[in-house]
Each structure stands twice: as C-alpha cells, then as structure tokens.
Design a protein around this ligand. Sequence first.
Ligand code: AGP
Length: 613
Amino acid sequence: MCGIVGYIGNEEAVPVLLNGLKRLEYRGYDSAGIAVLGQAGLLVRKSKGALPSLEDKIASETGQGGLNAVMGIGHTRWATHGEPSDINSHPHTDVSGKIAVVHNGIIENHAKLKAWLEAHGVVFRSETDTEVVAHLIDFHYNGDLLQAVTEALKRLEGSYALGIICESDPDRIIAVRKESPLVVGAGQGENLIASDVPALLEHTRDVYYLADREIAVLYRDRVEFFNEDGQSLQKEKSHVDWDAEAAEKGGYEHFMLKEINEQPKALTDTLRARLKNEGGTSINLEEIGFDASWAEARRVVIAACGTAWHAGVIGKHAFEYFAQIPADAEIASEYRYRNPLSDPKDIFIIISQSGETADTLAAMRMARKAGARIIAITNVVGSTLAREADLVMYTWAGPEIAVASTKAFTTQLMCVYLIALQFGMLRGVIAKNELTSHIEALEQLSGHATRILSAQENIQRFASRQFNKTKVFFMGRLFDYAVSLESALKLKEVSYTHSEAFAAGELKHGPIALVDTSTLVVAICTQTALFDKMDSNIKEVKARGAAALVITYDGVDYFDKTADEVFRIPRTEDSLTPILSVIPCQLYAYYCAVQRGLDPDKPRNLAKSVTVE
Ligand code: AGP
C-alpha cells in the first residue's frame, strides 16, 4: 500500500520527507518520489526501487541531500495501475508542472476521466490512475487551490488519500481522504500529513484523524479543516501514546492480526475494481483482456502452492458449479514434474500472492509450452508472473507483510469467483438475473466479514482454552473441505500445532484412528444439503472423546446439541462461504500462536516469498 508524507515548516523539507517515507517502508513499495516547493519553484524527483535510489538521485544533484525547500510531499508507491517505473512513481503533476499530487487508493473512474481530459487537450505521461487527479485540479484551478480541489473531488469515484501542493499557492498543503488512511500531525511551527502515525512521531504526537471526505489545509502555523463543500469544520486533536513499532502495525499487536482485520476493505477493493455499472451491475473483465474467446476453453487448470493452491481448490469447485466446465487444481511443485496431458484448449489460472514463487512459475512455463493460455492472479504488479501471463487479474489486498497469508487468500478467492461467474455467463450457464444476485452476494461479503471480525473475542476466548491441544483436525465437505485445508495450514504455520484437514467423509477410512480425548475437531458446516452428513461425522469424533467446534451460519441450530461450541457466520450462498468461514480459522491460528508465546508474523523456517525450489 502506498505511503504518503507531507511537510510544511522551517526545516529543509527533503530529509524530513525521506525520513517520513522510511518510517512507512513497512507498508511495502516499489518506487518513491518527492515534490518540494522552494526558491527554485516546484521540483519533483522520483525513482523506481527502494528509497536509497531516490536519495542517491537527489544527492548526486545537490551534493548534500537538500533542495532548498521548507515544504513538500513524498510518496512510496505500491504499483496498481502501471508497472513500477520512474514515470509511474508519484508525485504526478499537471501539464505545466505547477501542481503536484501524491495519492493512495484507486480512482475507479480514471479511464473515463482520462478520456474526458484528453478530449480537452491534456496529454498524459504515466499509466497511473493518479495522474488524472493532477490534471483535474489544474482544470478547475482559477487561482484558489482549495476551490479547485473541492471541484475536482466532485468528479472522483473510488478511494483516495491525497496530498497536494501548488507553485502558485506556495504556503499550504491540501490533504483529503476517502476510504484510504491519512493523518495530520500538528507540530510547533510545522505541520505534517502521513498515511500512518510512525511517519509523524519524530515531529509530533498530536494528530488529527481525518474522516472520509474531510479536507485539511496545512499552513506552517495552523491547520484548517473543511468538508467536501468547502465549509469550515472544527476537529478534535488526539495524542498518540504508541511507540513507533506499535504505530507501524496501526495499533495491532501483529501484522497478521492487522491483515486479518483489513480483509473487509481488501475484498471491497478487489471486487469494485472488476465491476461496472452500465444498465445494472455486471463483471468487467474486458478491461484486463478477458473476452468471449477465453470461455471456449475445454478445461480450466489452476496451479499454485500453499495457501494459493487452497484458493485453487476452491476455484475448481467454483468453476464446476458456476460455469459447468471441467476444472482441476494442481499443486505447482507436483505438476511441474508430471507428464500432464494438457491441451492448447486448456486455460491455466496461476495464483500467487508474490508472483515470484519458483514452483508456480515453473508450472506456468510448462503450461505455456503446451500452448495453453494463462491468467495470472497475483498481488504484485510487475511481478514475474504478471509479466509472463497472457492476462493478469490483480488482487487489491495491498502488501501482505506477515508470512502467513490471510488477506491475499480471501482476495484471491474473490478473483476466482469473478472469473468463474464470468465464464458461467459467457457459456450461457448463468442467466443475467442470476448473475445480478451472485454479484449482490459478493458485494455483501465485505460487510459480513466485518461482522465476523467484530466477534473476534469469542475466538480469542476459545483459543485461550484450547491452544494447548496437540492435535487439531479440520473437517468439512466440498467448499468446506477446501477451507479446512487452508485452516490447518494456517494453524501449523503460526502456532506449530499438529493440524490436519480431512474431507469429512474420509474420516472413517482411516483418520478416525487418530481421534482421542486430546483432539480438537473444527467442523466447517456451511454446505446446507450436507448438514446431516456433517452432524454424523461430528458425533463420530465426539464419541471418541474429541472436543468439537462447529463453524456454521447464523440461525442454524442443527449442531447445537452435538458441538461443544458453535461459531456463527452470516449467511451467504453456500458456494461463497470460504471467504467468510476461513476468517474465524485465521483468528484461531493467530490467537493460538500468541497464547503459545510465538511471533505469528515470523514463523520459524518459513519465508514470505519462496523463490527457490
Ligand atoms: C501461506 O500462509 C504461505 N506462507 C505459503 O503457503 C504461500 O501461500 C505459498 O508459499 C505460495 O506463495 P505465493 O502465493 O506468493 O505464490
């Protein structure tokens, strides 16, 4: 996720901005830039890569790292629209180079705005969605930057945190946010903005938290606030007591917990980026090059590793269910050494959070050799996977820092569902009205996830009683079995508990021999037609002394008598439940790790990106 800083005061701005950006490095980024206003007017410096390359660029010019300016804005970019490059890095400016903008978020209607601005003679330089903001402000600029910003905001759809400076209005920074974070730091004779508190702490602990659509105007000696219509607002100052490390985690104890809690937003961002509203809401994959020809496939093969493979297993079910097309989910490290019978009419979907996993890339290259067409689902713009695939669908999860994947998984699922539904539409399996109701169900998932997260203390309490269990088995059927696989992996990874996943019907074919009084069985029960089967399986493990936690829908009392504890999730379509039912399991893994005194963010022996075999 991008990082924003802004400074107006009496110090040389460049080191202040670079230092602030360093404090935001934990958010992940692929390029960085600053714009400062000083004696030489508006100067913009940006560079692909880590902050030292930007520092070197500035130092090679000035020799001492300053540009004689006491105000400016800075940005670390996590690429979304357009590859990491000097040109796509922020700040972006208007055509004349007098207005500079840094942005975090997604301007959803950027394509329309771009076409409109181009029709007014604007020539774009970058591939970013952000550049439209600079041109739009310039379009409305009539000597008053604040007014130009409020006018421009009326045209923007999507999410944004923005920092804006203007050469002809040199004594203030304008900042505004909607659905992306931005804090204002109130110092002595200096004021700052930042995406997150750590970037402010060296200057001040007094902050203002902006609400959606609130505008802050920062002068050296004061900050003024306005609503989106330009009316003045009074805001309460808050004092930050956290240390810098806690602040990086947004007040959460660990990145893993932060990322679990970021899922509602990540789901909304991933979904919104792929919907269009033209005579009713529909799925927009044309933008990424997915046309009707893709749906002529003979079979869909999904290849991935670890958590991403679990998303693939759910994808297999989704393709069979929504699109009635044969589908397989392949473990990439196995696939690459088999002699698979693939056909040029197969479509490969390769899933990888990092886009750099060695086995996954090898599987993709094999598929490519066999003549198959390839769709990548990844979280990293410009990754090897993104570059080599025919078509890329990005997850909008933002950088995932904890080694254990959480928000990347649920956003991968969102992508898989969207592709499966679009396949279903193009193959004539899903009628228009059915698609509308599936999309509505997808839109509700973010709110449902928020509700699950609001009850996380229940899982925490359960974990505090059960964390010492030496054997934890997850079981379910169909979609619930796939979630069991992911849940068992999560628990293994972060709490080092021996956990396994079983297809519930397989229990009596062997695994039940392991069940005794030391076993906890988590039964995921969201496949309504199979409730009675699951109930029998729970009774079987209970009869052998196991404790049973059931995860099922709100309002379902079917398992109340059988289970020791029931955790409920909001009702959705049975085929979409994985996005929800995995959340309590992620939380359970997290809280077990914490109870065991482990650091869930850095599990032993594991790496975030497995780039070697
Ligand atoms: C999940 O928690 C993992 N740490 C791991 O299984 C991961 O999903 C796997 O290594 C694949 O990574 P990728 O998504 O970056 O390809």
